[in-house]
Design a protein around this ligand. Structure first.
Ligand code: FAD
Length: 606
C-alpha cells in the first residue's frame, strides 16, 4: 500500500533495488503514473478516489510547495530556465536563421501547469470535432465538455459580467477566475480590436467558441496565487489517502516489459536518482500510465524500445514494439517574434523591473495577496480568421498574402494575437530597463508544419532532439505575416493613440521598437518575413508527439489512450492530442486526464 501525506524522495521507501536477480519483482501498485505534471496529478487524484486501488505517482522534479515562482502569478517567467524547468532546446531551425528555440517544460509537481502563464482556455469546440475526424472516436466537444466542467472551480468576478458561470464548471478542484488587478491597457486593446472589425466577446470559453477579442480566464485561486494542478488536485486530504504514494526527485529511466503472452506488456518502471545512482524497480499490477508531456513522453517511449525500428536500431535500443508514429507530428505554436510598441508612462507594468518597485509589489502580494504581482502577464488576446472580410490584412503596397484555411472549422481561428502589458524582450534574458511598452505576438494557431522528437542517444539522461521544424509550410509563415500586419494596425488605432507613442514610420531594424514603429502600409512583406525569420519565438504549447489515432499507421495510442500493440500501457498528456488546439492547451490536458481517469475506472469496474 501507499504511504504518505508527505512526498517521498528516498527510493527505498517506495521501490525495490534492482538486484542481480532479473526475475525479482519490485514493489507493486495497481497503477504507476510516470510524470507528476499536469495530467499526472489529475490521474493520481482521481484514480486514488477508489480506496481499493493503490496508485504511485513519480515525478523527476521536487515539490511545488515552497517555490515562490510557482505561486506568484506575474512571476512565472522567473521559473523558466531554473531548476523548475527541463530547459530543453530545439535543434537549429533552418527557416528561422538557424536559431535554437527554448523549449521550457515544468520539472516540479504540477509540471508545466506550475510554471505556465495561467491562461485557462477551452480552445475551440471545433478542435474536438477535428479530433474525431482524425480518428479519435469519443473525443468530440460534447464528449469532453463534461470533463472541462468537472475539473473547474470557476469563481465569477462582477467586473467581467460576460464571463458567465454557465460557461464554466464551478465545483471542480481547479480554481479559475479573473484577478481584480487589471492591466491598464487590457480593455483598451480589446476596444482597439473592435475598431479593426474584431468582435469583442465576454468569454473565450463559451460553447460559441473563441473567435473574437477578450480577457482570459486565469488559473488563479482567488487569493492572489496560482492554482496549479498540483495544489488543486493534490490537496492535503488527497495526499493523506493511504492508497496514494507520491515520489519526487525520481527519474523514470525506462518502462519495463514482459513478453510472456507473446504481446509486450508494460509491467513497471525502472527508476533512479541519477545516471550513476543505484537502480530501483516499481511494478504495476494493472497499468503503467505515461504522463511525461509532449517532449518527455516520446523520449521515455523511445528509450524503452517503443518507436520507429530504424531509429531504435541505429542507437542500439532493443526494439520492444515498432511504432512508427512515436515522436512524429510534434506541433508547437510559434509567434512571429515580439512586436514592441512604445507606451506613455503609467500604462504598463515595466516599472516593476525597477528593483525597488518590484520589491514593493512583492511585499504587497506577500502581505495582502493583492497588487500587480497578481496580474496575468498575458491578460488578453484576439483569435481571428484570415478570411474575415471585416478585418484588413492587406497593405497599400500590394494585395494580401494568399493563405489556405487550416482552422478546425468555420468558427475556429487561424491566428492568435496575444498581448503583454510590458516589454518582454525576446524572453532570452531580463527585459530592458527604463523603457515603457507593450509586447504583442501573432501566431498561426493551427500550424500545418509538424516537427519531431527523436533520440540523441538511448539514455533518458541525454536530452532528446526536439525539432519543431518551423515554417516548413509556406502557409504557416504567411498566416503569421498577416497577423503581424494586423498588430501594426492595432497599435495605430484611434483607441491606442493616447496610450502608445509611435513614430510615423521607422526603418531602423536594430531598434527594439521595430517593427512596432513601422507603418503597416509601408513595411514590405519581405521586411516582415525577415523579422519573422530572425525573431520567431515558440509559445511553449507542444502537443501530438504520441497522438491518438484510429490505427497504428496514424497514431501511437487508440481512442482509449492505450499504446498500439502493447498491453498495460496508456499515455495521458498533451502528446495524445490528435492535432494542435486553437488556443492555450493546459485546460484541454486537464480535461483529457479527467476523461482518461473515467475510461480507466470503467475498465476496472468490469
Ligand atoms: C512558460 C510556459 C507558459 C505556458 N503558458 C500556458 C498558459 O498560460 N495556458 C495554457 O493553457 N498553457 C500554457 N503552457 C502550456 C501548458 O502548461 C502545457 O501544455 C501543459 O501544462 C502540459 O501538460 P502535460 O501533462 O502534457 O505535461 P507536463 O505538465 O509538462 O508534465 C510532465 C511531467 O512529467 C515529468 N517527467 C517528464 N519526464 C520524466 C522522467 N523521465 N522521469 C520523471 N518525471 C518526468 C515532468 O517533470 C513533468 O512534471 C505554457 C507552457 C510554458 C512552458
Amino acid at each position: 500500500m501507499g504511504a504518505s501525506h508527505s512526498f517521498l524522495s528516498d527510493l527505498s521507501q517506495f521501490a525495490t533495488p534492482v538486484s542481480g536477480d532479473r526475475e525479482a519483482k519490485g514493489r507493486e501498485y495497481d497503477y504507476v503514473i510516470a510524470g507528476g505534471g499536469t495530467a499526472g496529478c489529475v490521474l493520481a487524484s482521481r484514480l486514488s478516489e477508489d480506496p481499493n486501488v493503490t496508485v504511485l505517482l513519480i515525478e523527476a522534479g521536487g515539490s511545488h510547495e515552497k517555490e515562490l515562482f510557482t505561486r506568484l502569478p506575474l512571476g512565472w517567467p522567473q521559473a523558466v530556465k531554473t531548476h523548475l524547468d527541463w530547459q530543453f532546446q530545439s535543434v537549429p531551425q533552418s527557416r528561422s536563421a538557424n536559431r535554437q528555440f527554448a523549449v521550457p517544460r515544468g520539472k516540479v509537481l504540477g509540471g508545466t501547469s506550475s510554471i505556465n502563464a495561467l491562461i485557462y482556455q477551452r480552445c475551440s469546440p471545433e478542435d474536438f470535432e477535428e479530433w474525431v475526424r482524425l480518428g479519435a472516436a469519443g473525443w468530440g466537444y460534447e464528449d469532453i465538455l463534461p470533463y472541462f466542467d468537472k475539473s473547474e472551480g470557476f469563481v465569477p468576478n462582477p467586473k467581467y459580467p460576460g464571463m458567465k458561470p454557465e460557461y464554466h464548471g464551478t465545483s471542480g478542484p481547479w480554481k479559475t477566475g479573473v484577478p481584480d488587478e487589471e492591466s491598464p491597457v487590457q480593455k483598451a486593446l480589446v476596444e482597439a480590436c473592435e475598431e479593426l472589425g474584431v468582435k469583442a466577446i465576454g468569454d473565450f470559453n463559451s460553447p460559441e467558441g473563441n473567435l473574437g477579442a477578450s480577457t482570459f480566464t486565469s488559473t488563479a485561486d482567488g487569493k492572489g496565487s496560482r492554482s496549479s494542478v498540483a495544489n488543486s488536485y493534490l490537496t492535503p486530504s488527497v495526499r493523506n489517502r493511504p492508497n496514494l504514494t507520491i515520489a519526487i526527485h525520481t527519474v523514470i529511466e525506462k518502462i519495463l516489459f514482459s513478453d510472456a503472452s507473446g504481446t509486450p506488456q508494460a509491467v513497471g518502471l525502472q527508476v533512479s536518482k541519477s545516471q550513476d545512482a543505484p537502480k530501483f524497480r516499481v511494478m504495476a499490477r494493472k497499468e503503467v500510465l505515461v504522463c511525461a508531456g509532449a517532449v518527455g513522453t516520446p523520449h521515455l517511449l523511445l528509450v524503452s524500445g517503443l518507436g520507429p525500428k530504424e531509429q531504435l536500431d541505429k542507437l542500439g535500443v532493443k526494439v520492444v514494439k515498432d511504432i512508427s508514429q512515436v515522436g512524429e507530428k510534434y506541433y508547437d505554436h510559434v509567434a512571429g517574434g515580439a512586436v514592441t510598441a512604445r507606451a506613455k508612462p503609467g500604462w504598463t507594468y515595466d516599472y516593476l523591473s525597477n528593483p525597488l518597485s518590484g520589491l514593493f509589489a512583492l511585499a504587497k502580494w506577500y502581505l495582502t495577496g493583492k497588487g500587480p504581482m497578481t496580474a496575468m502577464a498575458a491578460p488578453g488576446a484576439a483569435f481571428i480568421r484570415t478570411d474575415d472580410k471585416n478585418i484588413r490584412f492587406d497593405s497599400k503596397l500590394g494585395g494580401e498574402l494568399p493563405v489556405r484555411d487550416l482552422a478546425a472549422g468555420p468558427k475556429g481561428p487561424d491566428i492568435e494575437v496575444l498581448w503583454f502589458p510590458l516589454i518582454t524582450g525576446d524572453l532570452s534574458g531580463p527585459p530592458p530597463r527604463g523603457l515603457n511598452g507593450i509586447t504583442i505576438g501573432a501566431m498561426a494557431i493551427k500550424p500545418e508544419t509538424g516537427g519531431t522528437v527523436t533520440l540523441k542517444t538511448g539514455s533518458i539522461y541525454d536530452k532528446p532532439l526536439v525539432d519543431p521544424n518551423v515554417y516548413e509550410s509556406e502557409n504557416d509563415w504567411r498566416v503569421v505575416a498577416l497577423g503581424m500586419r494586423f498588430i501594426l494596425r492595432l497599435v495605430r488605432t484611434e483607441r491606442m493613440k493616447g496610450i502608445l507613442d509611435l513614430k510615423p514610420h521607422a526603418t531602423d531594424q536594430s531598434n527594439i521598437f521595430w517593427p512596432g514603429d513601422a507603418d503597416p502600409d509601408q513595411i514590405t512583406d519581405d521586411e516582415i518575413k525577415s523579422y519573422i525569420r530572425n525573431n520567431s519565438l515558440p509559445i511553449f504549447h507542444p502537443t501530438s508527439s504520441a497522438r491518438m489515432g484510429a490505427t497504428q499507421e496514424t497514431g501511437v495510442v487508440d481512442p482509449s489512450l492505450k499504446v498500439f500493440g502493447v498491453k498495460g500501457l496508456r499515455v495521458v498528456d498533451a502528446s495524445v492530442f490528435p492535432s494542435q488546439v486553437s488556443g492555450h492547451p493546459a485546460a484541454v490536458v486537464v480535461a483529457v486526464a479527467e476523461k482518461a481517469a473515467d475510461l480507466i475506472k470503467a475498465e476496472t469496474d468490469i
